[in-house]
Design a protein around this ligand. Structure first.
Ligand code: SF4
Ligand code: SF4
Length: 56
């Protein structure tokens, strides 16, 4: 499983720097998680100021 980012994302970029495996990148209009790379550690979810990241 992988974390997913909802449309509550305000593209602050905080999560990208928290991800230990580089699974998060800036997508079209919001940040996105590469599900194949994500190891589901939860670091991004804890760091997101808008609660946009959750378990898929
Ligand atoms: S930390 Fe949250 S609001 Fe910021 S870019 Fe990541 S998902 Fe979007
Ligand atoms: S759950 Fe962990 S591995 Fe997956 S995107 Fe978030 S910080 Fe990266």
């Amino acid at each position: 499983m992988a974390r997913v980012i909802s449309d509550a994302c305000v593209s602050c970029g905080t999560c990208e720097g928290e991800c230990p495996v580089g699974a998060i990148s800036q997508g079209d209009g919001q940040y996105v998680v590469d599900a194949d790379t994500c190891i589901d550690c939860g670091a991004c979810e804890a760091a997101c100021p808008t609660g946009a990241i959750s378990e898929a």
